[in-house]
Design a protein around this ligand. Sequence first.
Ligand SMILES: Cc1ncc(C[n+]2csc(CCOP(=O)(O)OP(=O)(O)O)c2C)c(N)n1
Ligand code: SF4
Ligand SMILES: [Mg+2]
Length: 351
Amino acid sequence: MTYITKPKFHHPGLPKNALGYTHRDYEGKISTLCAGCGHDSITAAVIEACFELSIEPHRVAKISGIGCSSKTPDYFLGQSHGFNSVHGRMPSVLTGANLANRDLIYLGVSGDGDSASIGIGQFAHAMRRGVNMVYIVENNGVYGLTKGQFSATADRGSKSKRGLTNNDNAIDLVAMALQLGATFVARSFSGDKAQLVPIIKAAIEHQGAALIDVISPCVAFNNHAGSTKSFDYVREHNEAVNRLDFISARAPIAVTYEPGAVQVVEQHDGSKLVLRKVAADYDPHDRLGAMSFLQRNAAQGQIVTGLLYVDPEPEDLHSHFNTVDAPLNSLSEKELCPGSAALEKINASLR
Ligand SMILES: Cc1ncc(C[n+]2csc(CCOP(=O)(O)OP(=O)(O)O)c2C)c(N)n1
Ligand code: SF4
Ligand SMILES: [Mg+2]
């Protein structure tokens, strides 16, 4: 993989967060993606979210698959743990890492081909198991890295750059995540940083499976008339259900909420999501309502964005398995291996 290292120099006047870090401390290498690629805007949003939350970079593990989207973890959080896995296999690698060390913040980064085509099975199981992660899909409707073939999220009837029509039905990852039990489900647009940054911040603090499907136009292969994932199309058909502010449990909470179309959702850890509703009748706690709202709008060619569903009391895989609270690498050999007598007892109970 080609890359260019960023110079370490930064302006002494750059703003610092609570840890004394600047944005530069959350950046990675210089991007080699096409100029104007939506994925670079998502990189910028991740950097901003981690800066604002004052996250210690060594507490983050970035795991991705293969694709232009899966290259992006190289362009943010250069001081964090990272693993560029196999095409479509990010969820299982991340699940294994999460089971071994639950103390890290897991950022899974994937593409629509990576998650909805080759990796659809892996995506489904990560969602249904409630793996505590932020699962970001950088969704452009094509396989950008291999020069623009339709992916499984390409809308039926949309046109490729070469003029071919996609006759297959699209997979909607947001609809799937809702059906499979994900406890935080959002959709956003790479060109809407004001919406995307608070969604990422809220997803990071959510203690369960959090899916963020980000429509992210591919300027090289899917930004023409006839595409339903182009900058122009998404701007014209975007129906935002809410605008989100996020207040971390770690920050002193000193805000006033406007009455009326504002809903405050308190998560288990004390963090607060403040939803300024655009669609007055939208309830982000209603899984079935979210599913039908999504489908009704999709039938009219509208792309709904915002926080679509959140469960303020999520469960995750560790609670399903009743695993120990401590990361496995902090346990002693005695704790990890209770000895042959204990093994014999387990075996006897299974005979
Ligand atoms: C097992 C396997 N099959 C096929 C490929 C070829 N391949 C590389 S990236 C890619 C698609 C990437 O599409 P997407 O996940 O949407 O990422 P994008 O480049 O659009 O961001 C494919 C088919 C591969 N690397 N490995
Ligand atoms: S090919 Fe498309 S997805 Fe890949 S870097 Fe270029 S614009 Fe982005
Ligand atoms: Mg893609």
